[in-house]
Design a protein around this ligand. Sequence first.
Ligand code: HEM
Length: 467
Amino acid sequence: MDLVVAALLTIILGAVLKLVLFRSRNSLEPPCLSGWIPWVGAALQFGRAPLTFIEQATLKYGPVFTVYLLGKRYTFVTEEEGFQVFCTSKDADFEQAVQKSVQHAVSVPEEIFYKNRKNLYIMMKGKMSASNVHELSGNLCHEFQKCMADLGSEGTEELRDLVRHIMFPPVVSILFGKDMFLTAKENIREFEEHFQNYDNDFEYATQLPEYFMKKWSKSKKWLLKSFEKVVLYADKTNPPDDSYKTTYQRLLDTLQGKNFGANYGLLLLWASQANAVPIAFWTLAFILSCPSFYKSVMKELESIYGRAAKEVVSVSEDDLKNLPFIKWCILETIRLRAPGAIVKKVTNPINVQNFVIPAGDLLVMSPYWFHRNPQYFPEPNTFKPDRWKEANLEKNHFLEGFVAFGGGTHQCPGRWFAIMEIHILVVLFLCKYECSLLDPLPKESPLHLVGTQQPEGPCRIHYKLRT
Ligand code: HEM
């Protein structure tokens, strides 16, 4: 009898203990939105409009909350304290957060990824530092103008497509080498089309099995095959002197596991286009949609190039320094169309705002929403280039609270190149063409978390060569 009572007591005590422990663990963890379908979690509601979902969850559950999606826990931190932790905690790991996505995206095995990530980052950071990127500006100008010549003297086009056609070949030829497409125009178009299929579905393809992404998978294979030829070409023409090497040749020199040169080529191509092209589109769209901004930009251009602006063929580093308003427009565009989310993996429990975020969670920060904090950016939803007057851009400092390129030790290594290429493109295009938008400024689509935002509707431009 005593034994039965003891057993019963043990069971009851165990159950109570488990309940208490479970409760206290849960009470320390952030609120969790887990939906009602096992494993799927809140994926259906989230997937409908991820950007809107984050905003509504922040309003309802506060600045730290977890969302359970397809078997994974994503913990969002939306305020300053969470962002500091995101950037500085040694228990929040960038590599572990992105490794699987890189494997899906370009088929780089786990071991090769971990062996190379840090060295490739250091190489990119050096090659594309604020002081080095200007070496690339002369070539970039030349290549942009070659592409603009194909536009003819007048036309109407979707602005997104126009920007992509002007940006894709020059940037590719700067990073990979002039003859990467073996010069034929048809090769460039085919390459660009496959890249567009690849980029369009990139966000889903990095999460889902390739089997479900037939069109994406076909273009990925085509691009990887093409890059094999580019590797051979880059190797054959690789100069001994570092200063003459393309970024891709430097990458191949740094890479351990030479068989993966094509895979890393595709990764570099994606990183260089996926965010910069939409930002160039939005910058022109913001400027052209507001007559007073357009006027200020043209006045600034005239102050440097005079009336001969339409004939500008080279844009020097000094010119860019003397065209601050256009740079402010670019930075303000990046602020308003910043990436929806950046991610790290929690390797040991992390404390944020009285919560404990358990190991294994993916820690998520949204630059898009962070940039809408009125504490940092008064009237946060308004496009106000003048707010950038306060930033010490001469010293390469952005405004406080600006996190579009990530933070801490993992900031985007291509950021100075991105700003410079968009600056040059806007200068050349607006000098050469008189432009007007045929549609109102579109809204941003709420569907994308990976990278900068895409427009939701059409935005056509009419352009005419200045005479
Ligand atoms: C406006 C344009 C761009 C934006 C907003 C942007 C933003 C970002 C962000 C948010 C990250 C991740 C940082 C993190 O997770 O903490 C990143 C990483 C990266 N970006 Fe950019 N980027 C841009 C343009 C470019 C360009 C033009 C290049 C190359 C020429 C580039 C190369 C890279 C690379 C290689 C990484 C991965 C770095 C690593 O391994 O840690 N980006 N970028």
